[in-house]
Ligand binder design. Sequence first.
Ligand SMILES: Nc1ncnc2c1ncn2[C@@H]1O[C@H](COP(=O)(O)OP(=O)(O)O)[C@@H](O)[C@H]1O
Ligand SMILES: [Mg+2]
Length: 245
Amino acid sequence: MKILQVNNLVKRFEGVVANNNITFSIEENEIVGLIGPNGAGKTTLFNCIAGYHKPDKGKIFFNGKDITGWPPYQTNVEGIARTFQVIESGGDMSVKEEIMVGGFCRTSNRYLAMKEAVEIIEFMKLQDVQDMKLTELPVAQQKRVGLARALATKPQLFMLDEVAAGLTPSEIEEMKELIVNIQKKWNLTIFIIEHVMQLVMGISARVIVLDGGVKIAEGTPDEVAHNEEVIKAYLGERYAKVRKG
Ligand SMILES: Nc1ncnc2c1ncn2[C@@H]1O[C@H](COP(=O)(O)OP(=O)(O)O)[C@@H](O)[C@H]1O
Ligand SMILES: [Mg+2]
């Protein structure tokens, strides 16, 4: 069954068409990657789906329901959660409290939110830092708190925006394993923006490629990696960067 269907989505900012007539769908329990150069429109697409931006044109259906233009708290209650490229702290809260906040989108019961936060904290191996503040943690742990906070809202569709950025190679491997385990444990559908090819190509069943706001390709990681247009727009540039070190 389709969990997400995006039809002819257009989002403009003054002078820039950040999303230009994008159409795709995601099946339940799939892991789908979203790649493309900086400025391609990936985060904008996430923002339109999760309700942080209103699309100028097009439709977004979640479980068959038209959610186009719904605000973030409503898409969240409906079952969509996302992480942010830059993880901002909710202020003076502990890691545990930050994670509990996620639960309050569904329940006002403090005990229940606490119980669920504890389960997520254990799964994410954040026990040792749960009483610390987000800003006191190294980046890899901040990323895990970002994931935990979004997971606490109990999403069906979990959207991850560059969770491997700034991680070391071994932390990237851990993150990869963690995402796969999260998907299995909570039976989620995952949509993931990522520049780290080792991660996104390794776990995605399908990959969608954006360039200049346009969807230029869609297919298995292998199909996409061999697509001429994708190599020209994105992968070639990245490989060139790797060669230059
Ligand atoms: N809030 C905004 N206001 C104006 N322009 C924006 C805004 N968000 C994104 N853009 C522009 O839209 C384009 C796509 O950006 P973005 O979706 O962040 O790309 P990506 O995540 O693929 O790097 C860029 O040209 C960016 O400058
Ligand atoms: Mg982005």
